[in-house]
Design a protein around this ligand. Structure first.
Ligand SMILES: [Zn+2]
Length: 79
């Protein structure tokens, strides 16, 4: 399955791939500029830039969906 995330001029296409769950959602991260990677502050895992971009796409799609739903609810509530 291919998803497309668009935010202004920024656009990312991706193919969904099943991930191995490790129990941590990696919600708190620190960018390590010298090594070019990201550390999860919760579990200490080293995350690739690709993994973080994928998480960012997921989060953007979720927030955009929520914003559209909120807007539709506001429009529907008007007489
Ligand atoms: Zn983690």
């Amino acid at each position: 399955m291919t998803n497309v995330v668009e935010l202004g001029e920024w656009k990312v296409k991706r193919h969904a791939v099943a991930r191995k769950p490790n129990g941590c959602k990696h919600l708190n991260m620190t960018m390590i500029h010298d090594g070019g990677y990201v550390l999860c502050d919760d579990c200490g895992a080293s995350l690739s830039a690709f993994f973080v971009l994928e998480m960012l796409c997921d989060r953007l799609m979720l927030e955009l969906h929520k914003a559209r739903q909120t807007q539709q609810n506001k429009n529907g509530a008007k007489p």
